[in-house]
Design a protein around this ligand. Structure first.
Ligand code: HEC
Ligand code: HEC
Length: 466
């Protein structure tokens, strides 16, 4: 049995590792002029990306592009359906800004592709709070230098981490036959050159930006990435829970009990993978960026699953190909952030659940009442972990709350489930402070004189701004 997740090294229990990365790369950052321009409040992503992606970020444009101009262009592209082969699908079609840039509806996979009808194979992840996802590594060590703390695979973009950064990621939908289905770089660049914002592109990157297709395409990726790093839209930290962490409001009784059950190792133990506490002044991301197999039930509503031999195994394939030989990774998916999770219409990589309550109940009852969750409606006997071939079922996580036998009492009860759901709803952005509370804006202004207070109030996004 593979021991990284299940063995000696427990997953981190609180906080996010972003600061470690930030510190590690701080020295390099000063030297990078272009980066400094690109990186406004999003300097963590940039700092992380810098080592791997220096060639990508090195300025090869006539003009040094200003970050505000790139953000504005990125927004145009993100909403532009004409960038797809069908002319009908924009990034925003699948990543709905009203739903934290997650799926626009409650169907497990979206339809797109060259005819706009081809079904995808996975649920659309939210794009909020991915600004400090570390680059993918197979051996994540949070405490530098101590290899015994190897926590296994972590980081990267998509459910299996195969894209290392947001700009790398943008290549996938632009060319994927399931998504925007462009035949190649030239096709994308030609569309941008015809778009109403082409002049804005020239103003930002230089009059000859379209002369070289590679350079122009790099600009396309760069603006999409920069847009996805705008704090106001992608990581505002203005949920009810953030207001609670800032001591501006209190939570309700049910929300507080939910938080306690979420954190309690003898109940939800959710913090094992979804850290909920502030750490070093950074607000929690509700993911440790690690990978786990939680044993999501097979979803018959995904067309690809009509083929009984088809399995989405996450880290070990089939979408990701470099780790195909690592059988201990089969069934592992990246732990998503739970911020804004209540806005989703579908949950888990295969969108098998539509209600948040079902997800939480699944954690309680997966092992104590597996017949409620697996092979429902099938004529053959129940198969626990039915979305994994038999050989890989031992990869599924079995620590609390998953440490029970069939028929045993679940780690948490119906009341806890309702409370945890109430707590998860406090993680939705856009919470309006009650009129009696001082507005956040005022507090931030008042604190601007005082950096240490500013750190406490605004969290990691603002502290790290140059
Ligand atoms: C047809 C629907 C669809 C369209 C259109 C689409 N995406 Fe996605 N997006 C997805 C799905 C599904 C995933 C998860 C893919 C996976 O795990 O293999 C995803 C993943 C992502 C991720 C990774 C998030 C993370 O950290 O896990 C980013 C970033 C992203 N998309 C950005 C974009 C951008 C930018 C565009 C437009 C250029 C775009 N998407 C267009 C469906 C779509
Ligand atoms: C062993 C690590 C681990 C633990 C413990 C854990 N989760 Fe998760 N969580 C994950 C992973 C991995 C996924 C994605 C699984 C998939 O898609 O197959 C996930 C997905 C979710 C989702 C769906 C999010 C989305 O975008 O689809 C919710 C909600 C959730 N977890 C809540 C909880 C709650 C509540 C608890 C405690 C009762 C908990 N988790 C405990 C690892 C964990």
């Amino acid at each position: 049995m593979w021991g990284l997740r299940a063995g000696a090294a427990p997953r981190c229990t609180s906080g996010s590792p972003s600061l470690a990365h930030n510190n590690r790369f701080r020295g390099v950052r000063a030297a990078a002029m272009t980066m400094a321009l690109i990186c406004t409040a999003a300097s963590i992503v940039c700092a992380v990306a810098l080592t791997d992606d220096a060639p990508f970020y090195a300025n090869s444009f006539e003009k040094v592009p200003a970050s505000a101009a790139m953000t504005a262009l990125g927004r145009e592209l993100f909403f532009d359906a004409s960038l797809s082969a069908s002319g009908k699908v924009a990034c925003a079609t699948c990543h709905d800004p009203k739903r934290a840039f997650g799926p626009p509806n409650d169907v497990p996979v979206q339809r797109a592709g060259s005819d706009g009808r081809r079904p995808g194979v996975r649920a659309v992840p939210s794009l909020t709070y991915s600004q400090n996802v570390p680059p993918f590594t197979e051996h994540y060590v949070e405490d530098e230098g101590d290899d015994s703390l190897d926590q296994g695979p972590a980081g990267g973009r998509t459910w299996d981490g195969r894209a290392k950064s947001a700009h790398d990621q943008a290549r996938l939908p632009l060319f994927s036959p399931f998504e925007m289905a462009n035949p190649g770089v030239d096709a994308v660049v030609a569309k941008v050159e015809r778009a109403h914002y082409a002049a804005q592109f020239r103003d930002t990157f230089g009059g000859h930006v379209f002369d070289d297709k590679t350079t122009a395409f790099k600009a396309v990726l760069l603006v999409l990435e920069t847009f996805q790093q705008s704090p106001a839209q992608f990581y505002p930290y203005d949920s009810k829970y953030d207001a609670y962490l800032r001591h501006q409001i209190s939570l309700s009784g049910s929300e507080l009990r939910g938080l306690a059950a979420f954190n309690d190792p003898a109940k939800g133990n959710c913090v094992r993978c979804h850290p909920s506490a502030m750490r070093n002044g950074a607000f929690p991301q509700f993911t440790d960026f690690g990978y786990a197999a939680v044993g999501a039930p097979r979803n018959a509503a995904i067309p690809a699953n009509a083929d009984r031999r088809y399995y989405d195994l996450g880290l070990c394939g089939p979408l990701r190909t470099d780790l195909a030989a690592e059988k201990q990774y089969c069934g592992l998916f990246r732990t998503p952030s739970l911020r804004n999770t209540a806005l989703r219409g579908v949950y888990f990589h295969n969108g098998v659940f539509r209600q948040l309550e079902d997800v939480v109940r699944f954690y309680a009852e997966r092992d104590t009442a597996p017949e409620k969750w697996y092979s429902r409606g099938a004529k053959s006997p129940m198969v626990k972990f039915d979305d994994l071939p038999a050989d890989y079922r031992s990869n599924v996580d079995t620590q609390a709350p998953f440490d029970r036998q069939a028929g045993a009492t679940p780690a948490f009860n119906d009341g806890d489930i309702a409370d945890i759901v109430a707590f998860l709803r406090t993680l939705t952005d856009g919470y309006e402070l009650p009129p009696s509370g001082r507005s956040l804006r005022k507090m931030v202004h008042a604190a601007a004189e005082n950096t240490s207070t500013l750190a406490t109030i605004t969290g990691v996004a603002l502290i790290s701004s140059p």
